[in-house]
Design a protein around this ligand. Structure first.
Ligand SMILES: Nc1nc2c(ncn2[C@@H]2O[C@H](COP(=O)(O)OP(=O)(O)OP(=O)(O)O)[C@@H](O)[C@H]2O)c(=O)[nH]1
Ligand SMILES: [Mg+2]
Length: 179
């Protein structure tokens, strides 16, 4: 049995818990607690430790999905986790431009610690105020990047959208081994 461990990161409300809950074959473990600070203005609950879920890609290939908390004060969790995974999905909330900088910081954070495939998933693209993908790519500083990770639209509340994202990420993981 091959197990691939994947981290799902992103700002508060980007859709990490939803992503794992929607796709997991076991009841996803979550650690959501009632929001207290400024986050309570737009979100009842927020993840304070880790989300965990499982997904079978093919009978012999299992994904372990770990969602990190989106609040910067829990960044130490992220530091531990990133060294244990084979790939990472960074969810970027397209309708909250104030969080784009957090996306850039996350990408730097990963790239400074590990060399693993990254996929950028743009969420909330169905919201009327969502930014355009090319504007987000440029705000993330990726337009001229030599190794630009795939940037796709993903809706964490829809299974088909998540499986598509996971397919693309898995192909990024296995690419180096077939070159
Ligand atoms: N319309 C829409 N709603 C979304 C999308 N992604 C997430 N949501 C909703 O956004 C809300 C927040 O999603 P969560 O999954 O809790 O976000 P999170 O990243 O786990 O947030 P924290 O744990 O607080 O960091 C939920 O109500 C989701 O259903 C999307 O692409 N479109
Ligand atoms: Mg969460």
């Amino acid at each position: 049995m091959e197990i691939l461990r994947i981290a799902i990161a992103g700002s508060v409300g980007a859709g990490k818990t939803s992503f794992i809950r929607t796709i997991s074959e076991i009841e996803a473990v979550d650690t959501d607690k009632r929001s207290t600070d400024e986050i309570a203005l737009f979100k009842d609950k927020t993840t304070v430790a880790l989300d965990f879920g499982l997904f079978t890609v093919v009978p012999n290939q299992l994904l372990y999905l770990y969602g990190t908390p989106g609040q910067p004060r829990f960044d130490f969790m992220w530091d531990i986790l990133i060294r244990q995974v084979q790939a990472c999905i960074v969810l970027v909330d397209a309708h909250r431009p104030e969080y784009l900088q957090y996306g850039t910081q996350l990408l730097d954070f990963v790239n400074q610690r590990v060399q693993i495939p990254i996929l950028i998933g743009l969420t909330h693209m169905d919201c009327p105020s969502a930014a355009k993908p090319e504007d987000i790519t440029s705000a993330l500083g990726l337009q001229n990047a030599t190794k630009k990770p795939p940037v796709i639209v993903v809706n964490p509340t829809q299974k088909a959208s998540i499986t598509e994202a996971l397919k693309i990420l898995i192909s990024e993981i296995i690419k180096p081994s077939i070159l």
